[in-house]
Design a protein around this ligand. Structure first.
Ligand code: FAD
Length: 501
């Protein structure tokens, strides 16, 4: 028997779950493959969605390009604001901040990134603060934003997750996706092949399909519970296992960045939207109780609380495989990394685009499954390492959690990267990595590493050349910054959202 033979052709796709993952997948599949496959989505209003996940990274533009969305319409429909990066407060040390911007800091040379020239400039007393060379960073801290020609500013969004789901639902239904309301009570499988054959709903309906996408959230109803795929925990690297979230009324104008504020037992987010603010704490339940975390969050938010805080439990990690037989898990059903760098929605997008690339229209083949799973693992592992970096490289010793993080053994690639940067200032990326050199540099230096040396090519410049080079970049940033309106002013002009119902 040929083990790589395809199973039967895929004509009927069933998506289990209608959170951000379910509707992103429904929208993407219907846009790309809607003419070839029939798509149905099952969700349960009674169970609801996780209700968080409101900060994104710039890769979301590609998703919206695929869907051909109009930016203004998206912003208005989701009460979105613009995001230029993340402010990390108290991470390196209590009372010290740094900024991870989405921008390109300065211009480098093919041999060495800009930070090498900046390090040389600083050594010779010719350079000012690293942030002065990055438009996105300066604009964020000055609360300014505008769309600039030729991708002159690199940005993402904060949006209301519920409104985003509704927006993508309208989009998907217009392209023929059929939504079924109901609780999945049982998942039917074929005893011979082990494939999933249908979802039995509480109303008695059986939703049959050829291919199933598990977007059921952390329950992982299809891949985990039915197909028995195991879960690899990364708790030994990522101490936090709980979150508490609360929405508050806006006080003041929204800033164009997410705030991430470290505490002795975790960290707090603050995500400003047009109509409200999303707040939450991600914490280690070994170091603080749920009740104390709730109290700490409520003591640290501004504005009227719109809904009572909700605790969410999680295990950082990934399913052993994310595609098995005729089922792919996308979203929380496939694994979870805390939202420190706002990467989960990006990983949903990657899960979707990879599925479209490998879509088994003519039948499921093991080689497609293997390729999908290998790419999924590579992509999540580099994101995981980037998040671990924030916890490990710190000067904080004020609590058991931070002391344990400083002492932990790192995954091998990250261990090498940290040492390489400490020694040489070099960041050597692998192909297709999510975070660019400048992201790694900002976080490594922001968390407290000063490289012992930097690239010798920088010594080719005499003082005058180097001062001119750095000065030109800085002046360019300052000049553009002066022209940008305030973030709120830009929203008012470009894309004000109607007040919510
Ligand atoms: P869910 O939202 O849980 O949706 C599951 C769906 O399955 C629901 O529709 C539910 O009704 C349905 N379902 C489940 N069981 C059944 C059943 N038996 N029958 C019928 N339907 C069922 N990501 C980011 O990119 N940025 C962030 O800032 C960010 N912040 C986060 C903060 C926290 C605290 C957490 C926990 C996550 C955060 N994430 C963030 C991740 C992000 O929220 C998720 O990736 C995203 O919301 C996708 O969730 P989902 O659709 O997979 O799951």
């Amino acid at each position: 028997m040929n083990v790589n033979a395809a199973s039967k052709p895929v004509r009927r796709v069933v998506i289990a779950g209608g959170g951000t993952a379910g509707w992103m997948v429904a929208a993407g599949l219907s846009k790309c493959l809607g003419k070839q496959v029939d798509i149905r989505l099952v969700e349960s209003e009674e169970i609801g969605t996780v209700g968080v996940g409101e900060a994104t990274i710039p890769t979301l533009h590609f998703m919206h390009e695929i869907l051909d969305l109009e930016e203004k319409e998206f912003i208005q429909a989701t009460q979105a604001t613009f995001k230029l990066g993340i402010s990390f407060e108290n991470w390196r040390n209590v009372g010290e901040d740094y900024f991870h911007s989405f921008g390109r800091t300065g211009k480098g040379h093919w041999t060495a990134g800009f930070h090498h020239f900046w390090l040389e400039g600083r050594k010779r007393g010719l350079a000012s603060d690293y942030g002065d060379y990055c438009l996105e960073l300066r604009a964020a801290l000055d609360n300014r934003f505008a769309l600039l020609p030729d991708n002159g500013i690199n940005y993402a969004y904060h949006f209301d997750a519920t409104l985003y789901g509704q927006y993508l639902r309208r989009y998907s239904e217009a392209l023929g996706v059929r939504r079924l309301e109901g609780k999945i009570l049982q998942v039917h499988t074929d005893p011979a092949s082990g494939d999933i054959t249908g979802l039995a709903l509480d109303g008695g309906e059986l939703v049959e399909g050829d291919f199933f996408i598990d977007c059921s959230g952390m329950r992982s109803l299809l891949l985990g519970q039915t197909l028995g795929v195991g879960y690899e925990s990364w708790s030994h690297w990522l101490p936090c296992d709980s979150a508490v979230a609360v929405q508050t009324q806006s006080v003041g104008e929204p800033v164009p960045y997410t705030r991430s504020i470290a505490h002795p037992w975790g960290w707090q987010w603050r995500i400003p939207l047009q109509h409200r603010v999303g707040n939450g704490l991600v914490y280690s339940s070994r170091h603080i109780s749920d009740d104390d975390a709730k109290a700490a969050l409520l003591a640290n938010v501004k504005g009227e609380v719109l809904r009572q805080p909700r605790v969410i439990k999680f295990t950082p990690g990934q399913r052993d495989v994310v595609w098995k037989k005729n089922c792919v898990a996308i979203g929380l059903s496939s694994g979870f990394l805390e939202p420190l760098e706002s990467t989960s929605i990006h990983l949903i997008q990657k899960g979707l685009t990879r599925l479209v690339e490998l879509f088994p229209t003519d039948g499921v083949r093991q080689s497609d499954i293997d390729e999908y799973n290998a790419q999924a693992r590579e992509q999540i592992e580099v994101v995981r390492d980037f998040i671990i970096l924030h916890y490990h490289v710190t000067n904080r010793t004020d609590s058991p959690m931070w002391r344990a993080c400083r002492e932990m053994e790192l995954p091998p690639l990250l261990k090498h990267r940290v040492q390489h940067f400490r020694d040489t200032g070099r960041i050597m990326l692998r192909q297709g990595e999510l975070f660019a050199e400048n992201s790694w540099v900002q976080v490594m230096m922001g968390q407290g590493i000063t490289p012992a040396s930097h690239h010798p090519i920088t010594r080719n410049m005499d003082d005058r050349n180097l001062a001119d080079f750095l000065g030109d970049v800085r002046k360019d940033v300052a000049r553009t910054l002066m022209k940008l309106p305030k973030h709120q002013q830009f929203i008012n002009q470009f894309c004000p959202a109607p007040p919510p119902d």
